[in-house]
Design a protein around this ligand. Structure first.
Ligand SMILES: [Ca+2]
Length: 95
């Protein structure tokens, strides 16, 4: 799911992120399909742009502890890249 915030003073109007109806476009949109349930990908974090395309990116850890990097996209995320096979399951937070 992707919820777009409304621009405000060089940033984003945080109230536009509280509810889908308040967001830019007035509705949430599907951003990624398959494998994104909490039972499948328990740790997900959005980060500032890593691959220098001016779009924020995503890091995620699946249930085996494998960490993946997903390039962000304007309408859908890119293909994932395995970042590390080290078991990250015992980690409370990353980023
Ligand atoms: Ca990026």
């Amino acid at each position: 799911m992707l919820r777009k915030g409304k621009p405000s003073g060089g940033g984003v109007d945080l109230t536009s992120l509280a509810y889908a109806a308040n967001s830019l476009g007035g509705a949430d949109i599907t951003y990624g399909t398959g494998g994104w349930l909490k039972t499948q990908m328990p740790h997900v974090i959005g980060t500032p742009d890593v691959n220098k395309d001016n779009i924020p990116d995503i890091w995620a850890v699946d249930t085996t502890g494998t960490m993946y990097f997903y390039t962000g996209g304007r309408t859908a995320h890119g293909s994932r890249i395995t970042a590390t096979w080290v078991n990250w399951n015992g980690t409370l937070a990353f980023g």
